[in-house]
Design a protein around this ligand. Structure first.
Ligand code: IPM
Ligand code: MG
Length: 365
């Protein structure tokens, strides 16, 4: 029987409670599809700071290194907001993990199910039947990590500097991920850049164009990032796969997330090189730790459940199980199950809490 080692980093806020449901669904998937996981739970984020003195404790990093994948909850909360920015849970845990494991490809699906278009801030008439976008965000380059960084005095003035730096090879590898993703979907790839202003974007666009002939079945288009931000709310249905650099991707994926209706529905995968051609990955919900609703048992666990499903797909290669989890989630939404974030008060809605949603997904599975 195939066995996968998973580091479980539930983190803060709603992280532990939604993680509990994702692991229950994982138990059910293992029983049904005949594979196993060995799980190691570790502190991360605020829980890491409180228990071990830092957001990414050494033991946690060691457990991640020994694992095939990291299943991540969420980190951060008001308790740690007074720490210096670089030590806070978000930056102190996520960015080092991305860098350490070279998790260069961030896949963020933006799916608005037909039943949930009412929850989207975009007019229903613009998104009949919902939409399904995949944003591929480059995650280990660009301004986040570019050197030099500087904050200090120069020529008698205080100045601050970040560097938007990309190697060609970094653009090439994310391009291949994006083209391959498009091949598995509707074969449309929109590359988002700012080539009218930024030199790094000029290279980005050249690389995308050069690689395109290797994927003749995929239609490549280019869009400036300001226009892309507008097109996302004007007509999200025009997009299939988008690919973009780190900072643009950070901004566009928040916009994409909210037009889907609820952050509580969106998973993500941050992928790097794993064993035997598989991806090593960190799998996490797109939403945050939601401290305001933590501990109340009302958080939507679907994003965490779908993130676990992405782990089965991209790291474990358990495609049938991953497909079944996606289908189970669609089924419970179609059947009317709604946590508070999804509820609109429409007739036929079945209001559930975190565990109730977990139960429904397991039953559908
Ligand atoms: C995200 C987050 C992170 C980022 C923060 C928490 C460092 O916003 O994953 O999109 O900027 O990448
Ligand atoms: Mg972000």
């Amino acid at each position: 029987m195939n066995t996968y080692k998973i580091a479980v980093l539930a983190g803060d806020g709603i992280g532990p409670e939604v993680m509990e449901q994702a692991l229950r669904v994982l138990d059910a998937a293992e029983a049904k599809f005949g594979f196993k996981t060995e799980r190691t739970s570790c502190f991360v984020g605020g829980a890491g700071i409180d228990n071990c003195g830092k957001a990414l404790p050494d033991d946690t990093l060691a457990a991640c290194e020994a694992a095939d994948a990291i299943l991540f909850g969420s980190v951060g909360g008001p308790k740690w907001d007074t720490l210096p920015p670089a030590e806070r849970p978000e930056r102190g845990a996520l960015l080092p993990l991305r860098k350490h494991f070279q998790l260069y490809a961030n896949l963020r699906p933006g799916i608005c199910l037909a039943e949930l278009t009412d929850a989207s801030p975009v007019k229903n008439s613009l998104i009949p039947g919902g939409f399904d976008i995949l944003c591929v965000r480059e995650l280990t380059g660009g301004m986040y990590f570019g050197e030099p960084k500087f904050y200090g005095e120069r020529d008698g003035e205080i100045v601050a500097l970040d560097t938007l730096f990309y190697k060609r090879s970094e653009v090439e590898r994310i391009a291949h991920v994006a083209f391959k993703a498009a091949q598995g979907r509707n074969k449309k790839l929109c590359s988002v850049d700012k080539a009218n202003v930024l030199t790094s974007s000029v290279m980005w666009r050249e690389v995308m164009n050069e690689i395109a002939p290797q994927y003749p079945d995929v239609e490549l288009t280019h869009m400036y990032v300001d226009n892309a931000a507008m097109q996302l709310v004007r007509n999200p249905k025009q997009f299939d796969v988008m690919v973009t650099e780190n900072t643009f991707g950070d901004i566009l994926t928040d916009e994409m997330a909210i037009i889907c209706g609820s952050l509580g529905m969106l998973p993500s995968a941050s992928l790097g090189k794993g064993k035997d051609g598989a991806f090593f990955g960190l799998y996490e919900p797109s939403g945050g730790s939601a401290p305001d609703i933590a501990g109340k048992g009302i958080a939507n666990p679907i994003a965490q459940i779908l993130s676990m499903g992405m782990m089965l797909r991209y790291t474990c290669g358990e495609t049938a199980a991953a497909d079944a989890i996606d289908a189970a989630v669609r089924k419970v939404i179609a059947a009317g199950y709604r946590t508070g974030d999804l509820a609109t008060g429409a007739a036929g809605e079945i209001r559930v809490g975190t565990a109730g949603m977990g139960d429904a997904v397991i039953a559908a599975l």
